[in-house]
Write a protein that binds this ligand. Structure first.
Ligand code: GLA
Length: 404
């Protein structure tokens, strides 16, 4: 009997240890939708509710897109005590009611602020109101904060500013995903993991594949998708479960990107274990775009539990070879064609073995099978001999390699 009591006591004492092993917050990169890329400051509660409805109706929530994030432009004025309020015309029912609505759909609500005096769009920033704002967001039921870096001038220390808001968010007792947005200016990958779940590694994305049209020369403009890829790829060592590199939100379905370019953009974000935050108008999107955003096999590459950001192993002319180690010994293998012509690649599987120095994992395709994740009708192929693969211009071919 005594032994039994001791055993029961020991089990009780061990419980907290096991509890610590519960799945970590931010174990995989965030997935959801953000208003900025398509709607900029023109947001209101009807749009956000319609987007929430669409995310459920189209199966996007089931596919993992659970955050619905307001970006800049939701703000009204601060009151006499300094508390921030929503814009009463854009959000007449209030952010709290919106959070309740979003939660009732099985989703989470995100909000946006800025470490400086003003947001980039000129609304009230959080400088001097950090604890008050964090408290307000928690009262409203907010689950995510994107925290920008405009109007900080030179007297706000980046680490200090992000630490302050991180402490303020923690003090609310509510789990709130903290998404740092200081554009990589102060190498946040070197210090952000202590404060935040993700940090932007680059300036703003724009919906162009590899160059910004000449008409924007001489004025402020965002970066094309491929330039962002080149900036984010070398930072893979800093990303992992609980702390992710964020090469900015998706432009899939925006601007003049072709279907191939949209597919390539989405695939590379998955290869880089990047946040998947849709940024297009879900109420008018075509089925082709939906089929990109909702491809569960490709999303699984992004959300793989190992959480290792993929690498660009080599370039052959315009074609790049990308790899990402996955849980259970599988690998994702992606060929990207950055050139203006279709490319035909002869992949000699026998010559593709390598060891990823960062993870220490080795890729050896001997005896494995390759499943084409963008072409479900393609035959699953043995990874041996030489395979001739056509990669259309500005497109990708993506395989999951593993046992059959
Ligand atoms: C900055 C951010 C963008 C967006 C805008 C809003 O440019 O990097 O992602 O949030 O501000 O004004």
């Amino acid at each position: 009997m005594r032994k039994l009591i001791y055993a029961a006591l020991a089990a009780l004492m061990l419980t907290p240890v096991f509890a610590q092993e519960a799945p970590q917050f931010a174990a995989t990169p965030q997935m959801g939708w953000n208003s900025w890329n398509k709607f900029a400051m023109n947001i209101n509660e009807d749009l956000i509710k319609a987007t929430a409805d669409k995310m459920v109706e189209l199966g996007l929530v089931d596919a993992g897109y659970i955050y619905l994030n307001l970006d800049d432009g939701w703000h009204g004025e601060r009151d006499e005590q300094g508390f921030i309020h929503e814009d009463p015309e854009k959000f007449p029912s209030g952010i709290k009611a919106l959070a309740d609505y979003v939660h009732s759909k099985g989703m989470k609500l995100g909000i946006y602020s800025d470490a400086g005096w003003k947001t980039c769009g000129g609304c009230a920033g959080s400088f001097g109101h950090e604890f008050q704002d964090a408290y307000t967001y928690a009262q409203w039921g907010v689950d995510y904060l994107k925290y920008d870096w405009c109007y900080t001038e030179e007297i706000i220390h980046p680490k200090g500013a992000y630490k302050l808001m991180s402490v303020a968010l923690k003090a609310t007792g509510r789990p709130i995903w903290f998404s740092m947005c200081e554009w990589g200016s102060n190498k946040p990958w070197e210090w952000g993991a202590e404060y935040a779940q993700s940090w932007r590694t680059t300036g703003d994305i724009w919906p162009y594949f590899d160059s910004i049209p000449a008409e924007f020369e001489g004025q402020w403009h965002g970066l094309p998708v491929m330039e962002i890829v080149d900036l984010n790829e070398p930072l893979r060592a800093y990303s992992g479960p609980g702390h992710w590199n964020d090469p900015d939100m998706l432009e899939v379905g925006n601007g003049q990107l072709t279907l191939a370019e949209n597919r390539a953009h989405f695939t590379l974000w998955c290869m880089m274990a990047a946040p998947l935050l849709m940024g297009n108008d879900l109420t008018t999107m075509s089925d082709d775009i939906l089929q990109i955003l909702i491809n569960k096999d490709v999303i699984a590459i992004d959300q793989d539990p190992l959480g290792i950001q993929g690498l660009r192993l080599k370039r052959e002319g315009d074609v790049e070879y990308w790899f990402k180690p996955l849980a259970g010994g599988d690998w994702a293998f992606c060929l990207l064609n950055r050139g203006a012509e279709d490319a035909v690649v002869n992949v000699d599987w026998g010559l593709l073995s390598f060891t990823d120095e960062l993870s220490g994992l080795s890729f050896d395709p001997t005896g494995l099978w390759a499943r084409n994740l963008w072409d479900s009708k393609a035959r699953v192929r043995k990874t041996k001999g030489i395979q001739k693969i056509t990669v259309p211009t500005h497109d990708v071919v993506l395989y999951r390699i593993g046992k059959k």
